[in-house]
Each structure stands twice: as C-alpha cells, then as structure tokens.
Design a protein around this ligand. Structure first.
Ligand code: MCN
Ligand code: CUN
Length: 788
C-alpha cells in the first residue's frame, strides 16, 4: 500500500507505536479492580459443588455472624423484585441466583456482601447449603435421548432438552449432488469446549447514588451501550431508567468474547448497590472465571464432502449437535442461532451445501461463542479445512494443488457462496502461493518423502481460510433487536486538536492508536493531536461494542465517514478564507490549497480556528460530526497458513517446527498492530489445537477447572510465527479495510491438525480431534504398531 500521509502525520499504513502502551507498561492502566470508592463494599459468591441439585435449604446464620458480613443475598431475595432470572442475549432465560435448583457446577447460589474482600470470602465459606442431588446430563447426545431427564423444568411446556433446530442451504440439491458424486468423504469432528483466559478476569464496581437516582457501573464489558440498554429493560420496573445508567468500561485486560455476556455477578452487585446505596465491588478469581463464565465451541459435527475423481468439489453436508449448557447464552446476532456457521463452504466454489444444527441443554455453564471467533466461524473453518484435506488425501492429490483447483477465483468476486453469503473480495490462490513460496513447500514435500523412508514422522498442513467479520448490515444483524451499526463522534477544537469518540471498546487491540490514524489519514491532523475515547456511555456515541472483529469494518468506517463530513465543511471554510471557489481547492494531507498556487493554502489547524472565530456568514460555527455506520456488507478477510510438524515416535509429542501465516485484511491501518494481532491470534489457535480442553466427568464435575490442568501455551510451547500478507481491499469499506482480530485464531488449528494427520496418514490415521495431546498420538502410534 502506498502511504498517503508523511510520518509526522501518521495516517494509514504507518507503524505508529501504540499510544496506550506507556500507561500499560508502567502499571498506570485503569482497570475495573483499580476503581476504589469511599465506603465501598465487596461481594463474593457462593458456588454450587453439584452440577444438578435441588436446593433444600440455605442457612446464612453463621455467615451473618461474622463481623463485617452485612448481608447474604439469595435467589429468594431477588425473587421479590423479579430479578432472580434474566434474559440471555439469545432470548433464553438464565438464573441470576437460583430459587429451586442449580444447573451446573460452580453456578452462583448466593452472594455475600461485606466490608472487605477477605471477610466476604470468609462469609462465602460459612454459608451452609443443603442440596438434594439430581441426575446429571453432560453428554448432549444422551441429552436428546427420550428417557433423558428434562433439565429446564422451569419451562412448563418443555418436555425435552432440545433448544432449537436450525438449517440453511439447499437440501435437495445437496442430496442430489451427493448421490451423483464420484467420491465422498465423511468425518465426525468434535470441537471441544474451551475457555477464554484473558489476563483480567470479569468484575464490576456498581454504584447507585440514591440521592441522584443514578447508577454507575465500571464493568469489564466489550459492549457498554448494549449493557446499559439491557439493564434498563431488565430493571426498569425497579426504577433504573436508561438516562440514569452509566456504564463505564475502563481499560480491559483482554476480552476475546468472554466479556460480551452479562454474568450474574454483575447483576447481583448492581442489586446490592441499589439496596444499600453503597458502591459494591465484585471481582472474579481465576477459578471462578474458568469454571463459570461463558465457554466456546462444544460442537459435535458430522461433515460430508462430495466431489469428482479429478478433485473438483461439488457439495458439502453438515449435521451438528451444539452443547449450550443449561441455557442458550450465546452472544450471536439474533437471527443466527448457530452464528455464522454457514460460512462453512470456506474458500471453495461449491455448487450446493446444506447445514443443520441442533442446540441442546446439558448441565454445564452456558454460553456459546467466546474465544476469539466471530460467531462459530472457527468451527466452520475447522470443518471445511479438515474435510478439504481429507478429500485431497483420499484422492491422493497434493493438498495445495487440490485447494488451488477448488478456490473461488479472483474474478468471481463479489461471490455468492453456496450458502448465500456475498464475499466482498479475495485472492485465495495469491495467499496460498505466497505461503508455499515462503515455507519452501516443494522442498518440504521432498524432505517428507525421505524422512518417511527412514521411518521419521513429519507432516505439512495447510489451512486456507475465509473469515467473515464486521457485523453487520442492519437488514440481517441485530442483538436483542439492536441493529449492529457502530458510531464515531469527532470534535475538532479551536486550536486544531481532536477528540474522537466511538461506540466500540478496545480490550487491548490498540484503538487509541488506530482510530487516531484514521483521523490523521482523512483530515491530516497528526496522530498525536487526536485523543480517542471509548467505553463511557455518558460520553461515547451509541454503538454495539467490540467483538467479532467489527471495530475496523464498522467503527473505523464510521470514523472515516464522520471525518469526510468535517472535511466538506473545512473545504467551505478554507474557500471563504482563501477567497476562492470550493471547486478550485485541492487537498493534500493537512491543508487545502488553491489549484495551481500551492502557497495560497490554509492548514487544517487554521481552518479549525476559523470554524470558531471567523467562519463564513450563515454557516454554523464549530467543526464536528457524528456518523452511525450501517455497513452494506460484512468483510471477508482470508489467509493461507502452512504448518510443518515433527512427531516424536516415542512420546507422541507434536512439535510445530515452522508455521507460515499469510493474511489478507485488505488495506491496513497499522501494520505493527496487525502483526501483533496475528501473533496473538496464532498463539490462541495453537492452544486449542494442542492443549486446551474443558471436560466434565459423568457427575458434571469440571476436570480442567484451573490452570493446573487447563493448559495454555507459554513462550516455551509457542513456535516462531513467520508472517506475511497480501492486500486485497474491501470494495465496500470506505478505507478498503477488513477486520483481522480473529483471523489467526480461526485459521490456525486446522493447519496444525492437517499437518499431524499428514504425518500419520500412511499409518491409517484419518482424523484426530483437537486438542492433539501426546497421549492421543502415542495411542495412535502404538495401535499402528509403530515402535519408538
Ligand atoms: N487493524 C488495522 N488494519 C486492518 C484491520 C485491523 O490496523 N485492516 C487494527 C485495528 O484498527 C485494531 C486491531 O487491528 O486496532 C484489531 O482490529 P479489528 O480486526 O477491527 O478487531 P476489533 O478491534 O474489533 O477487536 C476485536 C477482536 C476480537 S473479536 C477478539 S476476540 C480479540 C481480538 O480482537 N480480542 C483481543 N484481538 C485482541 N487483542 C487483544 N490484545 N485483546 C483482546 O481481548
Ligand atoms: Cu467471539 S471472541 Mo471476539 O468476537 O470478542
């Protein structure tokens, strides 16, 4: 990309250092737990040891006897205000605190309010609860059997554990193509339950000012405005009205989707503050975070792919059972119960496809999206990239050659996929070819043949993914009815400095830097003179927040559009000051000048001052603009990843020797930030591929409830990421940019699995579910008769 602005201005394409980092590096960030208010009380939560049990009795007397414990809040207390249940983002219902029974291990059962955090914790230990255990359902397939205990007894009409059935695509045409197919492959793929492990856990400080009737909540949320509206809708009847609710999302220590949902702790803290009139702080500990907050994935997929003997793909058919835990609390756009799973045709030009998903209740924590994936796209990508590899291997074709044969070609864009998405732009072969060149693909294949002859296990795996981000166009995308636009409000001060506010909320992505770069690009103000603010609902314009890599596709677009309104007005002011006609003015970053006489110019700073001191008669004073951007389409970033693995025959350990990642997110605002996003994203793809999984035993006990047994990759396990990029601008985005925040996490796991299966294919291995642990590989090797 050619740069339009000089480094002193620092518009798009400049590697501007992150302006937020000095405060983070010096420990001067302002996170929710840094908020300390006078007379603040602390809340801690009593959690259920059982996965399914009736609550026979709650005895709070011993807890209340502890000096400093002020109250123990139970479901019965909230029931009086009809606040014991709340709606989920998918219009299901979720308990704030239970009145009758608990539905998963670690569920909130009661809350202790005390003068000190440690006293609150002592209070939690002293609450005595009698439970009558009930039969537990952990396996979603068993949950669907006719004799399975019905879990949601709170829903009088519910006679089973089936939540919804959703299907998409052309079933008849797909079935027909399958019946005519020369080759088909079929595989069961389980994508296990995993958990976001952001450095900062969830929490809030709720402060209800009884005199002013105003509720302020500092909260770890990715979507402050939507939360404000939800609070007003849910608690309007107890007097919380939207103009008197202020949600402040201060610095956030990682979101990754886990800070989209409303957790009971937030609601209880708010209720406790409304009741006492004092500020109440609630901060989860690490184990509460991993055991009770929203999970990701947990998709049991059966996929089939059809094609011809020459390798031409024709059709895809998928059936999925989605384990949602005890309530469907996924944070999907309302119309899409399985998120954007129907982007599962990926980068391939298929004739038809059909996908079915059934949502199921089990005795597990609720959720269904979080972990750096815009609404089930990781599941979709994993499935199609595994299936494509399976088909290539089955046909004895090279996996790269097979992909190149089936890719949607550059001239086919805008391309309508077999499942109805309109892909905006792409050059899939370009990205794959670059990755092959960078990794030295042909040589690796030779090396593999030699090694195999020597009995060594080496594999090369490809993932050529298509992402779908930037929700979304209002005709299809809403959350609880709120259309998924986003916003920018830009004010230029008289001295030529800028305040820019957004409806999104950075959790580490660097918005304070990149949005300033967009302002610099559009208006020529140096990045350093642009202050970016987000996350305070009293000041920021209404927006739907940051998740699904939507900030660049939606809010950065709003920023560009608002800047263009300002520029139109600036041009008029400049024309007035220069006594020239508007049409005779030309723009170069930072100034307007009269065509042909470059020294007759007015800088944007001079124009800013004039907007308040010497503006044209009849024109409104000031220089500011707001834009609410409704994107015409989503953006479809893509990439090709190639992973090389070596497998230890003795231990079954998989070593990622090389990993080349070529990404394309259209035009780039800040290459350094994008590289950081990809490095982090790749590591969050490596984790689920090799280490991370949350399992439950038959009684519903969580088996990976702490970092002792939930493995996260550290620097030791993480390979050297070799990254690169191509640039295929988005034709509909004002800056030509696409989102990038999740691409690497979405695309990486399939490359790793494909590499491992490639290394073991000759031993009869066809598929391995993630995480690919040494134990799984060791067993496959021993079953295949491989000796150390
Ligand atoms: N960017 C850019 N040029 C582009 C695209 C993006 O310079 N063409 C920059 C953006 O301006 C922004 C960053 O890259 O500074 C990410 O942009 P984008 O892809 O629009 O994603 P969001 O800002 O909406 O961030 C959300 C995304 C998601 S959904 C998860 S999950 C995730 C991710 O970001 N969570 C993160 N990356 C994270 N990074 C950190 N540090 N912490 C998290 O919680
Ligand atoms: Cu679902 S992880 Mo990101 O969309 O916040």
């Amino acid at each position: 990309m050619t740069l339009k602005t000089p480094p002193e201005i620092g518009g798009m394409g400049h590697r501007v250092k992150r302006r937020e980092d000095p405060r983070f590096l010096r420990g001067q960030g302002n996170y929710v737990d840094d908020v300390v208010l006078p007379d603040m009380l602390y809340l801690d939560i009593v959690r259920s040891p059982y996965a399914h049990a009736k609550i026979a009795n709650i005895d709070t007397s011993k807890a209340l006897a502890i000096p400093g414990v002020l109250a123990v809040i139970t479901g019965k207390d909230l029931e009086k205000y009809n606040l014991h249940w709340m709606p989920t983002l998918m219009s299901d219902t979720q308990m704030v605190l239970p009145v009758e029974k608990v539905m998963y291990q670690a569920q909130e059962v009661a809350a202790v309010l005390a003068t000190d955090r440690y006293i609150a914790a002592d209070g939690v230990d002293a609450v005595e609860i009698d439970y009558d255990p009930l039969p537990v359902v952990v396996d979603p397939k068993k949950a669907l059997e006719p004799d399975a205990p019905v879990l949601r007894t709170d829903k009088p009409d519910k006679k089973d554990n089936h939540i919804w059935h959703w299907e998409w695509g052309n079933r008849e045409e797909t079935d027909k193509l399958f019946s005519e197919a020369e080759v088909t492959v079929k595989e069961d793929i389980y994508i296990p339950r995993i958990h976001v492990s952001s450095i900062e856990t969830c929490g809030c400080v709720a402060h209800f000012d009884k005199v002013r009737g105003k509720l302020t909540v500092w909260m770890t949320t990715q979507a402050p405005h939507a939360i404000r509206t939800v609070f007003a809708l849910v608690a309007g009847h107890v007097g919380l009205s939207e103009e008197k609710i202020q949600i402040i999302s201060p610095d956030i220590g990682g979101g990754f989707g886990g800070k989209v949902p409303v957790y009971p702790g937030y609601v209880i803290a708010v209720a406790a503050s409304v009741l006492t009139g004092k500020p109440v702080k609630w901060i989860e500990d690490r184990m509460e975070n991993i055991q009770a907050d929203s999970f990701a994935r947990d998709y049991h997929i059966t996929a089939e792919l059809a094609g011809k003997k020459d390798g031409q793909l024709t059709a895809l058919r998928i059936k999925t059972i989605a384990d949602h835990g005890y309530t469907d609390a996924a944070a999907n756009p309302s119309k899409f119960p399985a998120g954007l799973f129907h982007v599962c045709t990926g980068s391939y030009d298929l004739k038809a496809a059909h996908v079915e998903v059934d949502g199921v209740y089990t005795n597990k924590p609720p959720g269904g999206i979080a972990y750096r994936c815009s609404f089930r796209v990781t599941e979709a990508v994993h499935t199609i990239e595994r299936m494509a590899d399976l088909m290539a291997h089955q046909l004895g074709m090279d996996a790269a050659e097979f992909r190149l044969k089936n890719f949607i070609q550059p001239e086919q864009f805008p391309y309508t996929s077999a499942l109805g998405w309109e892909y905006d732009s792409g050059n899939y072969a370009g990205a794959l070819r670059l990755a092959m060149e960078k990794v030295g693909y042909a040589d690796l294949r030779k090396e593999q043949i030699e090694k195999r002859a020597r009995g060594e296990l080496m594999g090369v795996g490809i993932s050529s993914f298509t992402e779908i981000v930037g929700a979304g166009p209002s005709k299809h995308f809403d959350i609880l009815g709120l259309k998924m636009f986003d916003s920018a409000e830009i004010r230029v001060h008289p001295t030529g400095k800028v305040l820019a506010r957004f409806g999104t909320k950075s959790q580490g992505q660097g918005h304070e830097t990149t949005y300033a770069q967009v302002v610099a690009e559009e208006l020529g103000f140096p990045v350093d003179s642009v202050l970016v603010e987000e996350g305070d609902t009293d000041t920021a314009p209404y927006g739907l927040g940051t998740y699904a890599s939507r900030s660049t596709p939606v809010a950065a677009a709003a920023c560009a559009m608002a800047c263009r309104k300002i520029k139109d007005k600036a041009r008029k002011i400049a024309a007035y000051l220069l006594e020239a006609h508007e049409d005779d003015l030309e723009w170069e970053p930072g100034k307007f000048f009269v065509k042909g006489s470059p020294d007759r110019a007015k800088t944007i700073q001079e124009i800013s001052l004039a907007a308040y001191t010497n503006h044209p008669p009849g024109m409104e004073a000031g220089l500011e603009a707001v834009n609410y951007y409704d994107p015409p389409n989503l953006t479809y970033p893509f990439g090709s990843y190639i992973c090389v693995v070596d497998i230890d025959k003795g231990t079954g350990e998989v070593k990622v020797r090389r990993f080349v990642a070529i990404d394309d997110c259209g035009n780039i605002i800040n290459p350094m930030i994008v590289e950081g996003q990809i490095h982090g994203g790749l590591t969050m793809g490596l984790g689920p591929a090799l280490f991370e999984e949350i399992q439950y035993d038959e009684s519903g006990n969580i088996l990976q409830g702490s970092f002792m047994n939930y493995l996260l990759p550290t620097a030791v396990e993480t390979p050297n990421w070799e990254i690169g990029n191509t640039v295929t601008p988005s034709p509909h985005h004002p800056l030509g940019a696409k989102g990038v925040g999740e691409s690497a996490t979405v695309g990486a796991p399939a490359a790793i699995v494909n590499a491992v299966v490639d290394a073991l294919w000759h031993l009869g291995v066809r598929h391995i579910d993630i995480p690919i642990t040494p134990a799984k590989v060791w067993k496959l090797l021993r079953d295949a008769g491989v000796r150390e």
